[in-house]
Design a protein around this ligand. Sequence first.
Ligand code: MTE
Ligand code: MO
Length: 562
Amino acid sequence: MNAAGTRMPAWAAALTGLVAGAVALGAAQIIAGLIDPGAAPVVAVGGAVVDATPAGLKEWAIRTFGSYDKAVLLGGIVVVLALVAAGLGLLARRRAAYGTLGLAVFGLVGAAAALSRPDAGVAHVLPSLAGAAAGAWTLSRLARRAMDSGEEDYVAASRAADRERAPATRPVSGPAGAVVADEDSRSTGPGPAMPAVMRAGAAPYVFDRRRLLTGAATGVAVAGAAGLGGWLLSGTKDGEIARRSVAKMLPRAARPAAPVPSGADLRIPGLAPFVTPNADFYRVDTALVVPSVDPARWTLKIHGLVDRPVELTFADLLKRPLMEADVTLTCVSNEVGGPYIGNARWLGARLADVLREAGIRSEADMLLSVSEDGWTCGTPVDVVMDGRDALLAVAMNGEVLPESHGFPVRQVVPGLYGYVSATKWVTEIRVTRFDRDEAYWTPRGWAPKGPIKTQSRIDLPRDGDEVTAGRTTVAGVAWAQHRGVDAVEVRVDGSAWRQARLAETPGPDTWRQWSLDLDLTPGRHTISVRATDATGYTQTEDEAPPAPDGATGLHTVTVTAR
Ligand SMILES: Nc1nc2c(c(=O)[nH]1)N[C@H]1C(S)=C(S)[C@@H](COP(=O)(O)O)O[C@H]1N2
Ligand SMILES: [Mo]
């Protein structure tokens, strides 16, 4: 039959594939919105990619794209999908079955990725499978719409020819429904005349650009509406409502922290403020979609090597005496001089007390905490039990935890990098042993244990800045959580180290601001900083990359004085 007609042009075939792909994703999104946003195929595949990505590449991504790494990954997946969808459209032009087959393969890949996610249920295959079905239907429908008009033309033309001989009324569409124009009926507006390729005995296939484009536009609109619907359904608003209701329930601290000493913040423009506002707080996690946890249904199970397993509700947690603590979080993947550090005042229940009630067995040395989305974190038991302010935190800087920072409950343990201590959306703590269990990052090239290394950073001037010759202020932050910073020194052009002025701190668990006024002669200068912690240890000049257990080396900036 095809031999009788024209073939769809390649661009048109690619377009049918693209639109089918968009409809597939839109359909998947709306169903995922009903089930779980994490089951959306792009998110599920992205999550699988994140988990499978070697540590080095992930580090590179975080370094290169910063907080945008997730957007870049999702964007990359969408671009790949678009290319494949266009390719499927081209294949389907040869044989319709190829398109269906390709979409089916896609549906299965998405479903497998969704099932592989740690928090998956069987229902998580639905978005991908339904999306693939919707995509396949759209693809064949669009192809027919663009190409089978020739047959109608042929029929219509022969009828018209008949009518010419015996004139009859034209079909009219109307409310009575007697003759309703087919939704697929030919457009009548200006446009290319249909080349009715008619050969004896065969219904010709004719490519109709207009019909393809209107069909494609409908498909794109449907896909967009479905995608938007899915996004609205996926509970972004529910999360805000839940946060607001929790804000009303939050009790005052039974043990409030003393106000932050006024001398903790030197208030130098360009210097990181002592308290990092929540909106500016760095975010690092593997979650492509922020887990949305309903506090009314949240529980924390503590089990494993304990005498009495416990399960706490959110109300149980709030009934406990809550305490405040100023703690600076740091990410192990932070480069020397990097931005993945922030300081906040946390409100929460003392983790050690909760664990003591469960009765930790003596052979246990690891707390394997698990988040809503299945991420895991291994924290040494002795660190949590040694009296430091390790918390199950519910508030950050006087606000309910933001969703991206772990709402409704996260761990905070002073002195340990976030990947081994700061579980967000925490729902479970398995008391276990390091020789029995492994947390998420361990098989991915990061050390099982991660105490924070003594470090310092120059915030101003910034690398590459031009400064006026003469008096210049250098300032920054230094940290050695739970040991405390005792000294910060600055070196210009390899001369002798000079003591910087230290700001006050509320305790050893936060970073400490420092500053020093320098006299710079005109020309290029290299400025380095180093910190000494309260154990007397001075940070090493030896350079090490972030993996496996934190970067070392001195932060150095080069400036030009004029
Ligand atoms: N559930 C979950 N919690 C997590 C992570 C994660 O990937 N998932 N990342 C950890 C890491 S590596 C760090 S550095 C801190 C960062 O906390 P923040 O995003 O609130 O700054 O969260 C920790 N908690
Ligand atoms: Mo981290």
